[in-house]
Design a protein around this ligand. Sequence first.
Ligand code: PGA
Length: 408
Amino acid sequence: MKKYLFIGNWKMHKTLKETESYLVNFLEKLIDLELLDREIAIAPPFTALFLAKELVKNQPLKLVAQNSCWEEKGAFTGEISPFMLKELGVSLVILGHSERRHIFGETDEIIAKRVWGVYKFGLIPILCIGETLEERQAEKTLEVIESQLKEGLKYLKEVRGDDLVIAYEPVWAIGTGINATPSQAEEVQSFIRKKLAEIFSSEVAERIRILYGGSVTPENIEDLMKEPNIDGVLVGGASLEVEKFFKICSIKINKRTQVNTQISLPNYSNLPQEILEIPKKYRRLVIVGASPKSDRPSYIVMDYLLKQGFEVLPVNPAYKEILGQKTYPSLEEIPPEFKPEVIIIFRKSEEVLPVVERAIKVNPKVIWLQEGIYNKEAQSLAEKEGIKIIMNLCFKKVHMMGKKDKNF
Ligand code: PGA
């Protein structure tokens, strides 16, 4: 599932002592925050990254660097390499920030090299783009955005989508206290998504997170995040104070629904009642035997669950990805930290027992089996471990759903 991304860009602020007290304080607050749908990150100055790495060890806070060279090493006085950043536990890098472009004269060419260099080393580039006030007044916003986007990405041949972030930061909104209105930001960000679809593909474009940056505060964050194409924020000034940044990161996100006339959504009322009423307290599910074919019940169920905001991992040895989610060849290989609460098994009766045995080892709260399956042995094994097992979930109507709905 694509997660929202909240980044605090400290710029040239905070000594080691200040970094320590900020992070100790911030991490303590983070304990109470449910991070199911979002990732939180900070971009300290280079000098504080080593200390920050120690402090955020095993914590749900990512580290971001504020710039990077494209080479691993060499005669590049004043630069830091992506290789060095990886050593410091950095996972994302801000590139082409308007302060780099306008104060330090970084060109599109330099930025494109940085983006490519960072990507090559397995770090996630955050390409920043944005128009100046003069350009906006001259109605050149979209032209400038398109050119900075295309130039900045020109050396990237192929991306998955989750490995690239774009930040729209109108120069006139940075550090000025004048934020773009949600509709101004949405207009540009939906344009960026369209252009990304042209550069890569629409599937990839959907997976790329597009952030908004420029005078984001606890007061305006909620309205900004309502917009369908704002997948997170890059926060400068307001990220310097623990209270303010925590408030920003912890808001409830209510997306304004996008009216899309091209896609007709299937009528999910045909799904088994147990799936429609799956309690919200369960957040993580695994689907064994997930199919990439859109008329299969496992696909329809997975699509439904993802749209409801659940995290779903597909298990299928034959496919790399299903509905944009990485697949795992077997239950043993799902990441141990994922800890699914529900495992849904799509398997024929004769194959069910060994799969249930493996599912029990993962220790979920519930195991679901599809229609036609009554396996007494599986039932008693699961129940002996205190795992609820629901058998014979009726998917007959779901089959019809997939067949009928060609657009699905
Ligand atoms: P600001 O900075 O929030 O202080 O406007 C944003 C940025 O430069 O990323």
